[in-house]
Design a protein around this ligand. Sequence first.
Ligand code: ADP
Ligand code: MG
Ligand code: ZN
Length: 618
Amino acid sequence: MDKVPTPAPENDLVFLGWGILGVIILSIGFMFFAPSVPSIQNIPYSQFLQEINSGKVEEVTLSNQQIVGTYRQNAVPPNQRFKTIPVPDPNLLPILQRNGVTFDGSVESTGFGSGIAWPIVILSILGLGWLFSRKSSPEKGFMSFSKSGARLSMGPGENKTTFADVAGVDEAKQELLEVVEFLRNPKKFTRLGGKVPKGILLIGPPGTGKTLIARALAGEAGVPFFSIGGSAFVEMFVGVGSARVRDLFEQAKAQAPCIIFIDELDAIGKSRGNNPMMSNDEREQTLNQLLSEMDGFNPSENVIVIAATNRPDSLDQALLRPGRFDRQVLVDRPDRQGRLAVLRLHAQKVSLGETVDFELLAAETMGFAGADLANLVNEAALLAARRDAPAVEMKDLNEALERLIAGLQKIGRVLNQQERVTVAYHEVGHAIVGSSVLGSNPLRKISIIPRGHQALGYTLQLPQEDRHLLTRTELFGQLATLLGGRAAEDLMFNGEVSTGAANDLAKVTELAEQMVTQLGMSHDLGNVCYLREGRNFLEDGTERRKTSEATAQMIDRAIRDLVDEAYDQAMANLRQNHTLLEEMAQSLLTHECLEGPNLEQFLKQIKRPSLPANLAYS
Ligand code: ADP
Ligand code: MG
Ligand code: ZN
């Protein structure tokens, strides 16, 4: 999470380097331009002599390089400054004296610019030299590769981070430990014909510890571990990125078995053609190179690529195909137990007072990611230090919590109590309707831990098998399930519904429209495919049959009827399970997440209502 930035050391160096470069350019600029800035007139020496003789010159300063002077106040441009290049002239001083010109000598008096700039320039050049020599030499066990920009760490000892520094994301840890195990002992896995994953993608919101886990993995791996940020591939110059990818994989293969870690994969992996106005050749080339490298090595080469992203939706689908990042590990915001573990972990570094109750804090921090929790402990420690307390007390933690929550609420990551209740009923509504309609998929998980910017909670239904044909009953069930959230709010809060259903309604409308206009699932419109104008008309330019105004009205009516019917169904199912709805919502509010046996025990009690009469039509 961006709240606790952990800048890579070489990033700082790069900044320093740019800074120094900037100073050099500025100082050189000064040397060239500064002396001429206050409109100094350049005049030839002969004119200089004339001006003196005509009495126009007030004073001059003489040096070996130049003569700088000022005209008198009554001269034509009054007080104008001028300069000239001296020629060997023994008569100059007598002439000056004769004309009453004040004169003065000077050592190197070219003005502000060069006087200050030269030492700066020299220092800066030395500094740059030092930086570059430093970058390319081994440093603290990390070797830098000028070409690929990857850092290589050779295993435990050099990297102090271990899995003990990661809390609350046990599944991801487990998955990655398996990888290490494989690299250490490949035969154990391949003996039975098992295939080892080539690529593992860590997916999760910012601040959940993806980078941290990878760093810990490097510490635990016992094999060479190359790590690189995705943005390091995306350079200004076309071709650099793909060369870096090639180079990285070459080095990795030479050191196999090993692990390559690409952080923030979305920097390269953004789906191609995302932005039609600007073709990003460089990114595309880099991405293609990465794809072909991943296809190019076979599993027996024992190179495993791990990548992290918090924007899986923006990734190019090609990256997710089999043989590439085919295994995806979710690194989610922790649940209450997880948050407790993270809090305890980070609190090890601060001294705690008696009053601190992490159980309570964990309960109050729903929606916080690991980084937010680390931030919380840190802020509290600062507050305690400010009041000169010997230890961090609960009031410090509470104050820090209030501040953090205010910030997180603004971006919709943390809900207030009333919102939480609403979301809980909404999600349970989906769950109950989803489990009581015909042909529904089994329910796996309900959660009110916010994820992403949109979903405040979610209900996860997994299809049991790949389905290619769906019946009208099943589609109708999907409509009702989608409406279950809104219906539950309607039922529980006496019609006072929230905006939480916006996304559901959009999906419902689209599905209902498809059923009516393309799937022939409406009585009134029959088995006709109506392509309505305005849909996808940009994509294919084919002529379509014009729908008459009357038909369009019928279509709208039919969509509306279908949705209403599905809503009634959802409502009926919820009414029948009213008590269960209450119980599940309460349980969800305490546990934030219902799954496994906990969820099973509720689902067993669901009553399935009989079908409405017109569903016999199919
Ligand atoms: P991500 O890469 O997922 O955005 P980071 O790994 O950069 O998140 O996490 C930032 C910091 O937050 C970590 O350095 C660590 O201090 C803290 N942190 C995040 N997740 C966890 C966790 N699961 N356990 C312990 N600390 C964590
Ligand atoms: Mg990260
Ligand atoms: Zn919903």
